[in-house]
Write a protein that binds this ligand. Structure first.
Ligand code: ASP
Ligand code: MG
Length: 424
């Protein structure tokens, strides 16, 4: 007998039928003799609907109240799921994040889990019940207010609980069969991966892949929790995310390219004509940091000719664009740049693979594939196991397709299936 944490995403419980289907799967796991703790997301697109509602009431809803509102979505799904399980003759008890002992910091909308004290969950399991926990939420250690973990945060609730309960495995049930070489929603030729390393998964998640919440993968790695991403609609084995699948003693070799992530959520700011003097980059990025804006890529050109001026470009989340522009505009004369350009029609493609470390020529091959597809590259950045490029947003899908084919990732087993979700 083992202890299994199962997380079901919003598309898996989008309607009453979905809730009943998921309930059957949970009961089956319990009847097979396992202890089961379930983490559930809000039904379908209901988190987006709640955000729309808040924005209709107020242009800038207070963060505390927005969190209170959003956590209602998960409370609905946990309760109806418990009802559906009861109907199948088993006892389930639902718990809010706070009741389940998910203790966070006080950063509304992006709280971090500080501790998990799952006394009530352990008790429910000991009583032979199925425990159901509302994902994506916790309670602040200091203010005692209800917090949320950021969009997609139920994955992190699941891994954090799995770690605290010392679960044998954390299963993440979603609307596709696992982690794919690219997002099957835009690329039906994407291939399902059987295994991926935490390191690669972190890079995919950090660069726009939405299959798993970034912090969920960090947690899994830190506490050695095996993650299994799979579909709640099918019986196919999904993707295992393991700390070191290619390490010593393994017969698997790290693939050169594991997958491609794409991201349409960023924008680019360029400060034009920055004086090429000591400390100017520091001034710019201090202002950005003080505004609480997180940045991604940075490119500084050498100053052209003898103008003594240079352009500095960087990318950031679109949602933080206005804040960043305001912060920089206020320093225009003191820093001395001539103008600020803003472009949110950009897309980022990231090629990721642990085998890149030992294989030369990856960037060259990517750039050639994009050139052959008539796609112009705007910015480039690389790390040990990743090459990222920024393109025009309307060319991003074509870029993903071209790179996927060039690196031999296209599936030979037919099109990837997307079982549910509206993709909203
Ligand atoms: N319901 C939340 C969201 O839509 C959390 C989650 O689904 O993981 O982002
Ligand atoms: Mg998700």
């Amino acid at each position: 007998m083992s202890l299994i944490v199962q997380k079901y995403g919003g598309s898996s419980v989008a309607d009453a039928e979905g809730v009943k289907r998921v309930a059957r799967r949970i009961v089956e796991t319990k009847r097979a003799g396992h202890d089961v703790c379930v983490v559930v997301s809000a039904m379908g697109d209901s988190t987006d609907d709640l955000i729309d509602l808040a924005n209709k009431v107020s242009p800038e809803p207070p963060a505390r109240e927005l969190d209170m509102l959003l956590t209602a979505g998960e409370r609905i799904s946990m309760a109806v799921l418990a009802m559906a399980i009861a109907d199948l003759g088993m006892e389930a008890r639902s718990f809010t994040g706070s009741q389940a002992g998910v203790i966070t910091d006080a950063e509304h909308g992006r709280a971090r889990i500080l501790d998990v004290t799952p006394g009530r969950i352990t008790q429910a399991l000991a009583d032979g019940h199925i425990a159901i926990v509302a994902g994506f939420q916790g309670v602040s250690q200091t203010t005692k207010d209800i917090t949320t973990l950021g969009r997609g945060g139920s994955d992190t609730t699941a891994t954090a609980l799995a770690a605290a309960l010392k679960a044998d495995v954390c299963e993440i049930y979603t609307d596709v069969d696992g982690v794919f070489t690219a997002d099957p929603r835009i690329l039906p030729a994407a291939r399902k991966l059987d295994v991926i390393s935490c390191e690669e998964m972190l890079d995919l998640a950090a660069n726009g892949s939405k299959i798993l919440h970034l912090r969920c993968v960090e947690y899994a790695r830190r506490y050695g929790i095996p993650l299994h991403v799979r579909s709640s609609w099918s019986r196919h084995p999904g993707t295992l995310i393991l700390d070191d699948p290619y390490g010593e003693g393994s017969d698997m070799e790290a693939p050169i390219i594991t997958g491609i992530a794409h991201d349409l959520s960023e924008a680019k700011i360029t400060a034009v004509g920055v004086p090429d003097e000591l400390g100017k980059a520091a001034d710019i990025f201090t202002a950005i940091a003080d505004a609480g804006v997180s940045i991604d890529m940075i490119v500084q050109n050498v100053s052209a000719g003898d103008t003594g001026r240079t352009d500095i470009s960087f990318t950031l989340p679109q949602a933080e664009g206005t804040k960043a522009l305001q912060a920089l505009q206020a320093l225009k004369s003191s820093i001395g740049f001539t103008e600020l350009l803003y472009n949110d029609k950009i897309g980022k493609l990231s090629l990721i693979g642990a085998g890149m470390r030992t294989t030369p020529g990856i960037s060259a091959k990517l750039f050639r594939a994009l050139a052959d597809a008539s796609i112009n590259i705007d910015l480039i950045s690389t790390s040990e196991i990743r090459v990222s490029v920024v393109t025009r947003s309307d060319q991003l899908e074509a870029a993903v397709r071209a790179a996927h084919t060039a690196f031999g990732l296209d599936s030979t087993e037919g099109e990837a299936i997307v079982y549910g979700g509206t993709g909203r």
